[in-house]
Design a binder for this molecule. Structure first.
Ligand SMILES: O=C(O)[C@@H](CO)OP(=O)(O)O
Length: 247
């Protein structure tokens, strides 16, 4: 049996617009991001893709994107599951910092190690940093296991059981599944689905607001490697914009 999984990165956030490292900071969508989310819904309708269930992170940019896209597609009523496991990568002490200033201060090599290396996390955030999530009730159940920084390998480790568990269960039940999440959490999903190496994942960026469709076999192996963006031209332009951040 084949099943359909749709990945949707949130539309542009206010901190994407101002070029700040975001991670777990709960910033809203910009006006442009809201328009991108609605356009994502139109693309779903145009492709005849009607999600039966949506999984989101606990961050409002993904939640709002899912709501706007599903409202546009007249699927606002489907069941929803929210989990921190789909959250953006925790960006540690970089959260809130300007990407361009960070690049200038630390240089290209360190900047790209923090942004795109597989296993080098940024320095951990301290609890008294205004952009720390310490004390945030939505993460209370994590206790002292709540991350204070993450590299992509950490995101893969937390996300894989969720992908092979609740998401795979929905797919096996014949549901069209929408995952509304983030640039780096979706890079982790794509790495797992496509079997991308630790080195090659550095070159992969996910565009905001363009649904990416995967048809999967029973083992979650894509029938078409890399999936298919519902608007390939918009995706290509937005991928370039993500790659150029900080420059
Ligand atoms: O700031 C972030 O949380 C992410 C996604 O916006 O940025 P980057 O693409 O630099 O990993």
């Amino acid at each position: 049996m084949t099943s359909t999984l749709i990945l949707l990165r949130h539309g542009e956030s206010t901190w994407n617009a101002t070029n700040q490292f975001t991670g777990w900071v709960d910033v809203p969508l910009s006006e442009k991001g809201m328009a991108e989310a609605r356009r994502g819904g139109e693309l779903l309708v145009g492709a005849g893709l009607l999600p039966d269930v949506v999984h989101t992170s606990l961050l409002r940019r993904a939640i709002m994107t899912a709501n706007l896209a599903l409202d546009t597609a007249d699927r606002h009523w489907i069941p929803v599951r929210r989990t921190w496991l789909l959250n953006e990568r925790h960006y540690g002490d970089l959260q809130g910092k300007d990407k361009k200033e960070t690049l200038q201060t630390y240089g290209e090599e360190q900047f790209m190690l923090w942004r795109r290396s597989y296993d080098v996390p940024p320095p951990p955030i301290s609890d008294d940093n205004p952009y720390s999530q310490a004390g945030d009730p939505r993460y209370a159940e994590l206790g002292d296991q709540a991350p204070k920084t993450e590299c992509l390998a950490d995101v893969v480790a937390r996300l894989e059981p969720y992908l092979r568990g609740p998401v795979a269960d929905d797919l096996a039940a014949g549901k069209v599944v929408l995952l509304a999440a983030h640039g780096n959490s979706l890079r982790a999903v794509v790495k797992l689905l496509d079997g991308i190496s630790d080195a090659d994942i550095a070159g992969l960026n996910i565009p905001t607001g363009v649904p990416l469709r995967y048809e999967l076999d029973d083992n979650l192996k894509p029938l078409v490697a890399g999936g298919q963006y519902l608007d390939p031209d918009a995706a290509a332009a937005a991928i370039q914009a993500v790659a150029n951040q900080g420059r």
